[in-house]
Design a protein around this ligand. Structure first.
Ligand SMILES: Cc1cc2nc3c(=O)[nH]c(=O)nc-3n(C[C@H](O)[C@H](O)[C@H](O)COP(=O)(O)OP(=O)(O)OC[C@H]3O[C@@H](n4cnc5c(N)ncnc54)[C@H](O)[C@@H]3O)c2cc1C
Ligand code: SF4
Ligand code: SF4
Length: 399
């Protein structure tokens, strides 16, 4: 049967560490800045095979087969303006979690832990506690403590990247407790190296002091107190931005705050959306694009033509199972408009991301002690630009 000791560059989902009864698997950042499992004491391994059974990386196809699926898709958004303002797109992820919590479910979702400087899974038992899960954290989440805190006999909604959710589906199937769980994932193009986030926060902390809060997507250009459950729009510098321009990193520190947008050339988004330093598992081994998923429900940004004039945010919403469909159809206080999948998933990737040509150079830089405010980084940005121009021209000549 074996164990996961041979696995490298995996999804880092943490289910192997969650399932191991001998507690000999730990999840740590590898040399490239991605979570990876390690066996701490091979002598204690009983070769039970549980860690490889639940490992989505070790299987060729998602646990939920195409035959098990019946797909229905909607454009969706929350009717609550405060939720809409806080969430990355239409706020439907939060509405689903909140309304299931009101039906005695718990949420295992992802929050940003500013003290540890990482995203991590945690358990929320009230809508107030679920507020921390709102918004995309565009870095890998450390899942182990959150997943281990789940009592399999109770009811949970579990949210995460499609690879995390595929392993989670295998885990609950293994223990025959699928009925207790609703699984939600999102369209996912890749996760960047933690070395990129660490360099970014190091640069920002020179301005803000120790970071106490970070938010990756915002429909405001100014600072607002995002932890307030009132989801209060009033205490903000309220220059609202169109959600199409909501890739807006807001970081609060002990000495001040930092606000930087993709449209203004933000360094973190430059690295993340330029596909410099993304997880090798995302470029080589992702099997969850478009309608491929092991979740009951998938959410995302509905960027397509149909809602191009919407400025507040529209979620793409898909049910893959009858359980997912039931949860969606019972939602209250949301707008649901049914559309065919090609409208709801318009613009979403159908194949895996390709690394930028000069990724290797950026990866070397990320491992170095130079900062994003150094001359070396400026020089690498220049090389990236030239290399992109050359490959664009070459493609044109080929055509
Ligand atoms: C790394 C990453 C890549 C993405 N790529 C795409 C894409 O290519 N196309 C697209 O349409 N959408 C993508 N998304 C999703 C998108 O950013 C929004 O989360 C989505 O539109 C839902 O918005 P919402 O306002 O309804 O949900 P929200 O209420 O903001 O809910 C988001 C849910 O995602 C979970 N979550 C947030 N960050 C993480 C994380 N790092 N790891 C695990 N779970 C997390 C939270 O627990 C929460 O339950 C991506 C998200 C991430 C984190
Ligand atoms: S993909 Fe997940 S389950 Fe598989 S080895 Fe990596 S962390 Fe463990
Ligand atoms: S792109 Fe695929 S492999 Fe990478 S984090 Fe997303 S679901 Fe996982």
């Amino acid at each position: 049967m074996g164990n996961i000791s041979h696995i490298k560059d995996c999804y880092g989902c943490g289910l192997c560490a969650t399932v191991c009864a001998k507690k000999i698997i730990e999840i740590k950042l590898n040399k490239k800045g991605f979570y990876e499992p390690r066996i701490t004491d091979t002598n204690k391994c009983t070769n039970c095979g549980l860690c490889t059974d639940v490992c989505a990386f070790s299987h060729n196809t998602p646990a939920l087969t195409q035959e098990e699926k019946s797909i229905k898709s909607w454009a969706a958004w929350s009717n609550d303006e405060r939720v809409l303002l806080k969430c990355s797109s239409g706020g439907i992820g939060f509405e689903i979690a909140k309304q299931l919590i009101e039906k005695d479910y718990k949420l295992c979702g992802c929050r940003y832990n500013a003290e540890a400087g990482r995203a991590e899974h945690y358990i929320a038992t009230t809508p107030e506690e679920a507020v921390q899960s709102i918004g995309s954290k565009y870095i890998q989440s450390y899942t182990v403590d959150g997943f281990k805190a789940i009592n399999r006999k109770e009811k949970y909604i579990v949210t995460g990247t499609p690879c995390q959710i595929d392993s989670f589906r295998r885990y609950i199937r293994k223990f025959r407790v699928e009925d207790n769980f609703v699984l939600l994932d999102f369209f996912c193009h890749c996760v960047p190296s933690m070395w990129a986030w660490n360099k970014y926060t190091k640069m920002v902390e020179k301005q803000t002091g120790k970071i106490t809060y970070a938010s990756w997507r915002n429909k405001f250009t100014g600072w607002h107190d995002s932890w307030a459950m009132s989801l209060d729009g009033e205490n903000t510098e309220t220059e609202k931005v169109d959600w199409h321009d909501s890739y807006n990193l807001i970081i609060k520190g002990k000495k001040g705050f930092h606000n930087s947008r993709l449209s203004q050339g933000d360094f973190f988004y430059y690295l993340f959306l330029g596909h410099y330093g993304c997880n090798p598992a995302c470029t080589k081994n992702c099997k969850y694009k478009y309608d491929s998923s092991s979740a009951d429900i998938r959410i995302g940004d509905l960027w397509g033509n149909t809602y191009k004039d919407n400025e507040k945010g529209v979620s793409a919403l898909i049910s893959f199972t009858s359980k997912g469909k039931k949860v969606i159809e019972e939602l209250k206080g949301v707008r649901l408009i049914e559309h065919p999948l090609d409208i709801v998933a318009e613009g979403q990737m159908k194949s895996n991301v390709k690394k930028a040509p000069t990724s290797w150079l950026v990866e070397l830089f990320l491992k170095s002690s130079f900062g994003l405010d150094s001359n070396l980084w400026k020089m690498i940005c220049r090389i990236n630009r030239i290399s992109k121009r050359i490959s664009y021209r070459l493609k044109k000549i080929e055509k």
